[in-house]
Design a protein around this ligand. Structure first.
Ligand code: UDP
Ligand code: MG
Length: 314
């Protein structure tokens, strides 16, 4: 039996691109057994209507519409959860991920790769801020993170059914799809491609939004100040410990050779400073763990579906 390929496309206000992305995917996939799953992430333009028209004519096209904008990460998550394919490809709707590469991705998969990752070629047109920002992001996340992120890897990916099944077991809310997919492992293959200019419309990710996304991947927005507090506590602890050691050695052990005449009050002040430092440092640490727990305990649904078309699983 021929293998089924699911192509998941998250869409948010992409009215000018839908028809083109549909046509190009269909052309690239002709001859294969496939389904295209559009996940409409609460678009406010004509996107939904255009897809519904396509659905009416093409049984291979499936459709999910969120009740509001939940973010691309949630749209991709929903798409992977309802896909039935033996392999699932995620692809942006703005044609920055050329559908013509689909056969190459599928060939890699047929040769045994369980995950095929599109890696961006060096792009000379990329803005300075984006280039430096992305380099710093990968530096930091590879130092403090627990998995290796391949620089310039994108969301243009093919995953095997087995990877998708593992992905679907994840319940964490604050998610970066790429991060989870890198975490689950499996045999990977990279396909280098040239990112096309965004076909129409504007990117929903401004530098500011990208920075926010990066920050949430690294430390998450709200824990940053708490970490600063933790570091401040660590600094106070270290500073007063050095001061305390100096007092012990200079005054108590050596009998004040510098003639500093350190008062008892000063000694107590240093001791108190030290203890306060320890407390602040640990408060920062505890707050950080608590935030993680709170986020998981809240257990909100990851998305709410407005309606679906041709989808059996809901
Ligand atoms: N997208 C989405 N929800 C959002 C923002 C974007 O589903 O809140 C989709 C968008 O329609 C596109 C893909 O995610 O298919 C990538 O978005 P975009 O091109 O704006 O991001 P960039 O290419 O700048 O990273
Ligand atoms: Mg884009």
């Amino acid at each position: 039996m021929k293998k089924l390929i699911s192509i998941v496309v998250p869409v948010y206000n992409e009215q000018e691109n839908i028809q083109a992305v549909y046509t190009r995917i269909s052309a690239a996939m002709s001859g294969s057994t496939y389904e295209i799953l559009f996940v409409n992430d609460g678009s406010t333009d004509m996107t939904g209507g255009i897809i519904e028209d396509i659905v009416a004519q093409d049984k291979k096209v499936k459709y999910i519409e969120f009740s509001r904008n939940f973010s691309k990460e949630m749209a991709v998550t929903a798409g992977i959860q309802v896909s039935r394919g033996d392999a699932i490809v995620t692809l942006d709707a703005d044609l920055q991920h050329p559908p013509e590469l689909l056969p190459e991705f599928i060939a890699c998969w047929e040769q045994g790769a369980e995950m095929v990752i599109g890696v961006r070629d060096i792009d000379v047109h990329e803005s300075f801020v984006k280039r430096v920002g992305s380099r710093i992001f990968y530096k930091i996340i590879n130092v403090i993170g627990d998995i290796e992120f391949v620089p310039r890897s994108t969301d243009f990916r093919l995953i095997d059914r087995r990877v998708a099944d593992e992905f679907n077991k994840f319940t964490e809310r604050n998610r970066i799809t790429r991060g989870i997919l890198d975490w689950v492992g499996f045999k990977k293959k990279h396909v280098i491609f040239r990112v096309a200019e965004r076909s129409r419309g504007t990117s929903s990710y401004s530098n500011r939004k990208l920075f926010k996304l990066a920050l949430s991947a690294v430390i998450s927005h709200s824990t940053f100040p708490l970490r600063i507090i933790g570091y401040l506590g660590a600094f106070i602890t270290f500073f007063s410990a050095v001061l305390g050691l100096f007092i012990i050695v200079e005054d108590i052990l050596l009998g004040d050779p510098f003639g500093l005449n350190i008062s008892g009050t000063a000694m107590i002040a240093v001791l108190i400073l030290f203890l306060i430092g320890v407390v602040i440092m640990w408060l920062g640490l505890i707050a950080f763990y608590m935030l993680n727990i709170q986020r998981e305990v809240m257990n909100r649904p990851m998305y709410v579906i407005h309606h679906t078309r041709n989808v059996q699983k809901f």
